[in-house]
Design a protein around this ligand. Structure first.
Ligand code: ZN
Length: 264
């Protein structure tokens, strides 16, 4: 399940986050080479690979990784996560990832135990299974098993998903609208994303077998995060299903994975 929430986390989990064994890691050369061979990175120019590596090295120095649930994060695991994480900021800069530090890695999906307040102000107890989680100004949690399934060019990447939430949170609660660059028109973003979101919700509600994972219909924030996964992992599917949104994501991330893929 792409069960990912962006706000709530239990005190039990918070307590476990600040256990021992966390720290910075060095880039592991063998892992780096292996990860660069994944479909996700197909078509990157040599200069882009150099920049990607510099950004990954920066992330490894900036973030503190810690293992939870009996797992220890080694340099190889941290390197793989860093490589996936920095692809979205390749052309917009590392600043977008500053202001928080902790990345917690579980061996597999983890239980989220928390509370959710509905529109009427009633607090509900929520318990579900997740593969990743990103908290505003706070830690990110990832399932290692899901990290291992990322990068295959099939539309799934838990690391890109959670970092997309972090980008979205740069201007407040995750709502599917990250801060846009100058020259981008917020009204265009709002209109095209809303229209594509409504369309996908309609199709999913109608029982249609959609190209995009139905998890994207959970909320506009999840829509942005899931579509960001497709943008990098399976750009041809996104371009086919939501061409207007593809163009806006290309403007936002300042890269065009579709052109990159076609170059190989
Ligand atoms: Zn999510």
């Amino acid at each position: 399940m792409r069960g990912r929430d962006v706000k709530h986390i239990s005190l039990t989990l918070l307590a476990s986050l600040f256990g021992g064994g966390k720290g910075s890691h060095a880039l592991d050369e063998t892992t780096w080479q292996a990860v660069m061979g994944l479909p996700l990175f197909d078509g990157l120019l040599a200069a882009e690979q150099v920049r990607l590596r510099e950004l990954a090295t920066q992330l490894l120095a900036d973030k503190a990784f810690s293992g939870a649930g009996g797992i220890e994060v080694d340099d190889g695991m941290a390197t793989a996560i860093a490589a996936f994480a920095v692809l979205p900021v390749l052309n917009i800069g590392y600043d977008w990832y500053e202001g928080w530090r902790e990345i917690v890695v579980y061996p597999g999906e983890f239980i989220h135990d928390g509370e959710h307040m509905d529109e009427a102000g009633i607090v509900h107890h929520v318990r579900d299974v997740r593969s990743g989680e990103a908290m505003q100004g706070g830690p990110m949690v990832l399932s290692w098993e899901d990290v291992e399934h990322s990068g295959q060019g099939e539309g799934f990447n838990v690391v890109i998903h959670e970092f997309a939430h972090k980008l979205d949170m740069m201007n407040g609660d995750a709502n599917g609208r990250p801060p846009l660059h100058s020259g981008m028109v917020p009204a265009d973003w709002a209109r095209e994303f809303q229209s594509a979101y409504d369309d996908l919700c309609r199709r999913v509600d109608g029982g249609e077998d959609t190209v995009i994972d139905p998890y994207a219909t959970e909320s506009p924030a999840e829509f942005f995060a899931v579509l960001s996964e497709y943008f990098f992992e399976a750009p041809e599917l996104l371009q086919l299903g939501c061409p207007a949104v593809y163009g806006l994501l290309a403007s936002f991330y300042r890269q065009d994975p579709l052109v990159r893929r076609r170059s190989i």
